[in-house]
Design a protein around this ligand. Structure first.
Ligand code: TMP
Ligand code: MG
Length: 334
């Protein structure tokens, strides 16, 4: 569980300072070596993190070209679109699974023993379908609607209070990926919009970000939000229902976040499901897009598809090191 220390923002600032200095040093050392400076290897594009053993790329030259184009165009043209569960949050820690935003609620004291068992049964039935490499998205879609609908109906039976959410999150075992503070701070300081598109529970994930002190004004979240009555009791989930395989313009069209998305032509997209790749669909006039996929589970079976679909695949990598390395290179001014 991430600890919320009283001096957390101080440590984030220090971290960011160190990060900024390291970016600066990396840039300065290049300048010193100029004109002889060449990237160490064609593969790394001056992003040493791409040499990590967890990194797999079907076409490293394409990755290099896109990263160079993102850097060339500059911060003003860039936006980041990211999934939340198992992308910004950790998949596992010390051999144990970390909770998704739904699981944070499921495992909390506000859910009865019986309710918890039913929610677990749903997870054990539907999650293997969600990640099954042998089923098509068309097959999976109605089953995901079924899962989300059943899970939300069970949650509704528990009369969850809005005022309990902060405590539920505080007492949970949620963990964000290593490097998440650097990631959020870097984007905030460079004025880069971060659009989090999640099939999780918006109220919960926003509280996770708030408690981690990274919910900066450049962050927009689109997710499944709870609707509370005037006594603060959960009465329904707001429409439209977002599940793993409809994270696209069908649920965004006509909304302000969707209009915002169309303002910047270069995109860094982060996800952990193949469904996350459609998060930027419908963004008008995309010039460059770099997709980074976290392959957390059933790695051997899914490796091929992930490499075909994502530009960069990070296998069993619980950190944001590679993403931070790319941002550091793209945003560095010298
Ligand atoms: P994401 O879009 O932020 O990744 O959130 C969706 C994840 O939530 C998806 O991978 C499955 C998970 N999930 C649960 O863990 N429990 C549930 O009850 C439901 C409906 C989804
Ligand atoms: Mg996810």
């Amino acid at each position: 569980m991430f600890e919320i220390e009283s001096n957390a923002s101080e440590s984030v600032r220090l971290h960011t300072k160190i990060y900024g200095v390291s970016c600066l040093l990396a840039g300065a050392s290049k300048l010193l070596l100029h004109p002889f400076y060449r990237c160490g290897s064609y593969r790394t594009v001056c992003v040493p993190e791409l040499e990590k053993a967890s990194v797999h790329m079907k076409d490293p030259e394409h990755v290099k070209r896109v990263i160079s184009a993102l850097r060339e165009a500059g911060a003003d043209k860039l936006q980041v679109i990211s999934d939340f569960d198992m992308t910004l949050s950790r998949f596992g820690f010390n051999g144990r699974r970390c909770p998704t935003s739904h699981n944070i609620l499921d495992n909390s004291r506000v859910i009865s023993e019986e309710g918890r068992k039913k929610l677990k049964d749903l997870l054990h039935y539907y999650y293997p379908i969600e990640i099954d490499p042998n089923r098509t998205m068309e097959e999976k879609c109605p089953l995901m609607v079924e899962w989300w609908t059943k899970a939300h109906d069970l949650l509704l039976q528990h009369k969850i209070l809005k005022s309990d959410i902060a405590k539920i999150v505080k007492e949970s075992e949620v963990m964000l990926r290593d490097g998440v503070d650097v990631f959020f701070d870097q984007l905030y300081q460079s004025n880069i919009p971060l659009f989090i598109f999640s099939a999780g529970v918006g109220d919960i994930l926003e509280e996770v970000l708030r408690q981690a002190q990274v919910f900066h004004p450049n962050v927009t979240v689109v997710s499944n939000y709870m609707d509370f009555d005037d006594k603060g009791v959960l009465r329904q989930f707001k429409e439209p229902l977002i599940h793993t395989f409809n994270k696209n313009n069908t649920v965004l069209e006509g909304t302000e976040p969707f209009r915002q998305l169309s303002r910047r032509p270069n995109i860094l997209l982060l996800g952990d499901s193949l469904g996350d790749l459609s998060m930027a669909d419908g963004v008008a006039d995309v010039e460059n897009i770099l997709t980074v996929g976290f392959l957390n589970d059933r790695v051997d079976e899914r490796r091929g598809r992930y490499r075909d679909a994502y530009d960069i695949v990070l296998e069993k990598d619980e950190t944001l090191d590679v993403v931070n390395g790319i941002l550091c290179h793209v945003l560095r001014e010298i």
